[in-house]
Design a protein around this ligand. Structure first.
Ligand code: SF4
Length: 230
């Protein structure tokens, strides 16, 4: 097990005992989707435990360890009960528990037709075989410190229904991402947004317009909402 491994040894043992039909979960909650094409819609979030990366700006470090095992049928029942159409399976890195995530999506497809299941993944784990309605994949740029972990073969696997998210903290990040995408064009929308509080969205706009990039310029809405709390 690596030092910053995906799941603690103890939890791995627990999962093996219970089979792949359980997922290690940090939290479940309802909130507004802050990013991407479903931005602004209320959603059920299922945050899975464990991540194989350590991004410099990570705001969900609490999901690296701990968590509790919840059976896939129980999670599918939560999806069915949710008053909202949109469901976001996030992390951590949900595809560190790929078998369970695939089982959950399949069960939701049978039990809750009409729900939109999105999987947020960090770009470092193969996305093949994940039957989500929306694979929301990150391309982590240099200021994350994890750009070398990106699996560029994933870019070709994204379909028009998916999305690629770029969270950028510098001009260099945008130059790097533009070069990667020039070599590995994607069929899905590219959505670029600044690391909150670190980089100006005006600089992103200028870069996108100047370079004639077909990227959607956005912001992290949940951070604005959080800041506006009274
Ligand atoms: S991939 Fe996401 S959860 Fe993992 S370290 Fe990066 S920002 Fe944090």
């Amino acid at each position: 097990m690596r030092k910053n491994g995906i799941i603690s040894r103890m939890n791995t043992v627990k999962m093996k005992k219970q089979g792949t039909q359980s997922l290690l979960v940090t939290e479940t909650f309802y909130d507004i989707e802050g990013e991407g094409k479903y931005q602004g819609y209320p959603a059920l979030f299922i945050r899975l435990t464990g991540c194989n990366l350590r991004c410099s700006w990570c705001d969900t470090r609490y999901s690296y360890g701990g968590g509790r095992l919840i059976g896939v049928p129980k999670l599918a029942a939560m999806v069915k009960k949710s008053p909202y159409r949109y469901v976001n399976i996030t992390g951590g890195e949900p595809l560190c528990q790929k078998n369970g995530v695939v089982a959950l999506i399949k069960m939701c497809g049978k039990n809750s037709p009409g729900k939109i299941i999105s999987v947020e993944t960090n770009g470092s784990v193969p996305v093949s075989g994940v039957p989500a309605d929306n694979i929301s994949m990150d391309l982590k740029p240099p200021s994350s410190g994890e750009q070398k972990r990106m699996v560029t073969a994933n870019l070709r696997l994204l379909k028009p229904k998916d999305q690629l998210k770029l969270v950028v903290g510098s001009l260099l990040d945008m130059e790097w991402a533009a070069a990667v995408l020039k070599k590995n064009p994607v069929k899905c929308p590219v959505i670029v947004q600044p690391v909150y509080g670190r980089f100006g969205v005006d600089r992103i706009k200028r870069y996108v317009m100047k370079n004639r990039l077909d990227w959607k310029v956005s912001i992290q809405l949940h951070k604005i909402i959080e800041k506006g709390k009274k």
